[in-house]
Design a protein around this ligand. Structure first.
Ligand SMILES: [Zn+2]
Length: 425
């Protein structure tokens, strides 16, 4: 066995990060510690209770006191959510449990590599859980050496139990989530998955609060367009910059005998609130267009990847024969922040007042491709617009892919007063 293999075995046994174990092993071996002894020592360090030479039980802690410096801890907590998921670990499929725990002091995420019999609402004693860092926060890892027992007395915690959540409150990373939604769009797709070609469903869910995209990795026939359903045990991931609901083989889908109302309008937020939310599938913003960005008007796209071509060059495909397209990238400002609004061909045609053939004729006449962008700028810069669409936020900034773009008929003075009140509130 190579050191890599030993590290992998240890990491799996202890339920800790392999890179960390490997670094420790390399260090010990570099001091000429024999491999067996080095492994024993790491088992003690990471608190594997099966090793009789380990020193004493891990400390009992309140959740708020658990830090990433703790090796392992014991806690008493209420199980808030239990999500089941299949992951591929070291080439094998493994079913894990994950969710959140809470006590009187706070809450923590957990991942369990063993199928402990736990349900939301249970108060449990968890003995010898490893503490791992996840996304900058401590997380409990329950493995072979962890014990889980039902507590005799229930803890009273100030958190919702069970994972029932409205779509608007979901964030990437949420697990063990239950939703009641109407299926607004549902489409079967074949993808190249980890086991070759697989059929999945993808579409859009809606409820009273908002709309979100979903993917069903194990197609449930009840997720058909127009159906109102309760789905238990979903997890949330980021997809193209917005939260997406993931339905799996472990999710249960139950048709509801009521129709879930879906709001026709999008959430209305200030730009600052929307950007702080980090990505929203369906949002409405109101502000002034203050400028157009480069890459607006008549543009060329790579016929292979669709990216914008500059001087006949695609970043990925080199010299290509670009295809003409119309697009607008405009900066929207409401006094609390700015976003780049992206209008597709159809919406750009509306604000430009002509189609792509008109645009090409216009550019030829003026002997300037920028003439199209200049006309768009003259029409929209300095005016107030209500924009609905999908907002994504990344290191390059905030982009709103518009589905609706309408000049605002609200009196700008009223709007300014409202905004001032919001900012002062
Ligand atoms: Zn390309």
């Amino acid at each position: 066995m190579t050191l890599e293999d030993h590290a992998e075995e240890l990491a799996s046994d202890l339920g800790v990060d392999k890179a960390e174990v490997k670094a420790d092993l390399e260090n010990l071996v570099s001091y000429s510690v024999p491999m067996d002894e080095a492994k024993q020592s790491l088992r003690r360090k990471y608190g594997d209770g099966s090793d009789s030479s380990g020193g004493g039980a891990p400390p009992s802690k309140h959740l708020a006191d658990v830090t990433t410096d703790d090796g392992s801890v014991s806690v008493t907590a209420v199980v808030l959510t239990v999500g089941k998921r299949s992951i591929r670990y070291q080439g094998e499929d493994q079913v894990i449990l994950e969710g959140e725990l809470a006590d009187e002091t706070g809450k923590l995420s957990y991942t369990s590599w063993e199928q402990f019999d736990i349900s939301p609402g249970d108060t449990v004693h968890i003995g010898n859980a490893n503490v791992r860092e996840w996304d900058g926060n401590p997380e409990l890892n329950l493995g072979e050496s962890t014990s889980v027992e039902q507590a005799e007395e229930a803890l009273d915690v100030a958190h919702d139990i069970g994972g029932d959540t409205r779509l608007a409150a979901l964030e990437p990373g949420d697990r063990g989530i239950n939703v009641e939604v109407q299926v607004l769009e549902s489409e079967s797709k074949t993808i190249d998955g980890r086991d070759g070609e697989t059929d999945i469903l993808s579409g859009v869910f809606g409820d009273e609060s908002t709309r979100l995209p979903f993917t069903d990795w194990d197609p449930h026939p009840d997720l058909s367009e127009g159906a109102s359903v309760r789905i238990e045990d979903t997890f949330i991931r980021e997809f193209r910059g917005v939260p997406s609901v993931n339905v799996s083989e472990f999710s249960t889908v139950t048709p509801l005998d009521r129709t879930v109302d879906v709001s026709d309008s999008a959430q209305q937020l200030s730009i600052r609130e929307a950007v702080d939310a980090g990505g929203l599938f369906d949002v409405e913003l109101v502000g002034n267009i203050i400028a157009l960005r480069d890459g607006s008007g008549l543009i060329e796209r790579c016929p292979q990847c669709g990216r914008v071509v500059q001087n006949g060059q695609c970043r990925t495909h080199g010299e290509v024969d670009g295809e003409d397209d119309l697009r607008t990238k405009a900066i929207l400002d409401d006094g609390t922040g700015t976003v780049t609004v992206v209008l597709d061909e159809e919406l750009t045609e509306e604000v430009y007042g002509g189609d792509i053939e008109d645009a090409k004729a216009h550019a030829r006449e003026e002997m300037d491709k920028e003439a199209v962008a200049d006309t768009i700028a003259e029409r929209i810069v300095g005016h107030e617009y209500t924009v609905r669409g999908s907002l994504s936020v990344d290191e390059y900034g905030a982009n709103l892919e518009a589905s609706e773009f309408a000049e605002s008929d609200e009196d700008p003075a009223t709007r300014a007063r409202e905004l001032l009140q919001e900012v002062r509130a």
